[in-house]
Design a protein around this ligand. Structure first.
Ligand SMILES: [Zn+2]
Length: 233
């Protein structure tokens, strides 16, 4: 485990980090892997180095919608483990990568021993809640085009300009029909913002995507920067 591969770990006090490093198990995150189901007890905490973990709400009629993305700027499971809570969502790997993982019991012990660690984990929980709330408002009000652009910005932030995702998957994550996403993808391609082929989206003009996106990505980013100022860590 290398400290700077995850933004939260990079903020951890060096002595605490040494203790963490002895307990870390680095695992490969494989696209499609399910890390937790709703109502599962949290046994493992993930700090991604790369890749994207997606939190998804599943509805009884078979629909699913994404409520949050976790990448190298976050973690999955610590806040829940600290409060002895269950997973609220279906949590799965959306883009493959690597993660440092820890036994949830070890994370609880660490938080008891180091208040600074608990503070970082709680700050991240606050950010995650902000992301989920913004997503709820965004899904209710903003257009599919604006939401697609927002989603591309967040994906790019965590996974770069080449995204291995299908339009079907994107539609599912946004809770809209595939045909709606296909229409938007054609418009974005015509405008020179992306190129897309089967299972792959390449971002070509990020500034234009920013202009077409709703404000939600930027609003959530501001919450993160306030909770984790760039000058710290
Ligand atoms: Zn929005």
């Amino acid at each position: 485990m290398r400290r700077h591969e995850n933004s939260l770990l990079s903020r951890i006090d060096p002595a605490m980090y040494d203790e963490m490093a002895r307990h870390a198990v680095v695992v490969e995150l494989v696209q499609g892997d399910v890390l937790a189901e709703a109502h599962d007890t949290i046994e493992k905490v993930y700090f991604p180095h790369a890749g994207i973990i997606s939190c998804v709400v599943e509805l009884a009629g078979g629909g699913v919608i994404e409520t949050g993305m976790i990448g190298r700027d976050g973690e999955f499971g610590a806040g829940l483990a600290l409060d002895d809570k269950i997973s609220l969502n279906h949590v799965a790997v959306q883009v493959g990568g690597l993660a440092s993982t820890f036994d949830a019991k070890f994370i609880v012990q660490l938080a008891e021993k180091y208040p600074g660690f608990r503070r970082v984990m709680m700050a991240y929980e606050h950010f995650h809640l902000a992301q989920v709330q913004q997503t709820a408002a965004c899904n209710a009000v903003h257009s599919v085009q604006a939401r697609t652009c927002k989603w591309l910005l967040r994906m790019r932030e965590l996974a770069g300009d080449e995204l291995n995702v299908t339009q079907q998957f994107l539609a599912q994550m946004m809770g809209v029909r595939r045909t709606s996403v296909t229409g938007v993808a054609i418009e974005l391609q015509k405008a020179g913002m992306i190129s897309h082929s089967r299972g792959r989206i390449q971002i070509l003009d990020v500034e234009k995507i920013r202009r077409w996106a709703c404000e939600c990505h930027e609003d959530v980013r501001q919450h993160y920067d306030r909770l984790f100022p760039p000058s710290v860590g």
